[in-house]
Design a protein around this ligand. Structure first.
Ligand code: GDP
Length: 295
């Protein structure tokens, strides 16, 4: 993650504000215009940018702020608060069922990092003392099953597969397998497509209805910016996703997806991928992200 462009620009704006002993409503207005441009350049959704700036402005021009001893500092604090809220407030945990197995379904477009993420997630859960099971339900992409098996072996998590069988049957059978083999979390790696399409959604819906997952986790590539947000909206419309996993944040230079996904879809980012290695999946902390961006 290196949102330097956004970070630098915002810090520039705030330096100017902090430098002033007193600030006027006009100063706030000018600063907000620059904040707006910085966000748009970072590929933050247009509507999100607009309402973000409106919310900050409304709070910032209040008398308590303008007449305080450190008005610039107060404005920065407001931006920090609003930015944290924009990304969901505080971190969101994965839902665990009190009656195992807990079932997670990972969904997403091809190349988003779904298979890798399923394996990383299973590794994290294993480290927490859980007994995960990976399920190879991506039966279309050549080598997807093999890929999951290789990763499963690498992280020490068993992989349930039934070759190219019907994914719904695979998903159903995997729950039976988990029950009889004492695995307490099932992570189903579903198929992706290059684009959102009806066939994919129909299949995913069927799997979802069959296994009734505790989490339907959408995996999206942060580097695709607003496309990631559009994909999230489309998946959420059909599948009511419960959380987003934003991958490749390590290579994202702009930050548009991280800042927009929650506001556009209502779904929190729960985890972020920070690299290709198996240990590079982390909890998403909105406060820390806002701090990093604001410097
Ligand atoms: P799938 O088609 O969605 O299952 O995607 P894959 O899991 O095969 O991942 C596609 C590529 O993205 C692979 O080369 C992964 O190593 C890479 N990848 C996945 N997550 C991350 C991440 O967080 N950071 C980086 N840099 N690469 C990632």
């Amino acid at each position: 993650m290196a949102f330097e462009g956004l970070s630098d620009r915002l810090q520039e704006v705030f330096k100017k504000l902090r430098g002033k002993g007193k600030i006027s409503e006009e100063d706030v207005k000018l600063a907000m215009r620059e904040v707006r441009l910085a966000l748009l350049e970072a590929d933050v959704n247009y509507k999100v940018t607009k309402s973000f700036v409106a919310a900050v402005s409304e709070r910032a021009v209040g008398q308590e702020v303008l007449q305080s001893v450190t008005p610039g500092q107060q404005v920065v604090k407001i931006v920090y608060d609003e930015m944290t809220q924009l990304m969901g407030g505080s971190e969101t945990k994965l839902t665990m069922s009190s009656k195992p197995p807990t079932v997670f379904m990972t969904v997403g477009l091809q190349g988003a990092g779904k298979t890798t993420t399923a394996a990383k997630l299973s590794r994290n859960l294993l480290k927490q003392g859980r007994r995960p099971l990976l399920v190879a339900a991506d039966v279309y992409r050549p080598a997807a099953i093999k890929q999951l098996q290789v990763l499963g072996e690498q992280v020490g998590v068993p992989v349930f597969s039934m070759g190219q069988s019907n994914p719904v049957d695979i998903a159903r059978a995997s729950l039976e397998y988990a029950r009889s083999n004492n695995r307490d979390i099932v992570i189903i790696d579903t198929a992706g497509r290059l684009h959102v399409n009806e066939e994919l959604m129909a299949e995913l819906l069927q799997i979802q209805k069959t296994v009734n997952p505790h989490e339907t986790l959408l995996v999206v590539d942060a580097m695709t910016g607003q496309d990631a947000v559009n994909v999230a909206e489309a998946f959420n419309d059909q599948l009511s996703i419960t959380g987003v996993i934003l991958t490749k944040l390590d290579g994202d230079t702009r930050g548009g997806a991280a800042l927009s996904v929650k506001a556009v879809t209502g779904c929190p980012i729960k985890l972020v991928g920070m690299g290709e290695k198996m240990d590079a999946l982390e909890t998403f902390y909105p406060e820390r992200m806002a701090s990093r961006i604001l410097g």
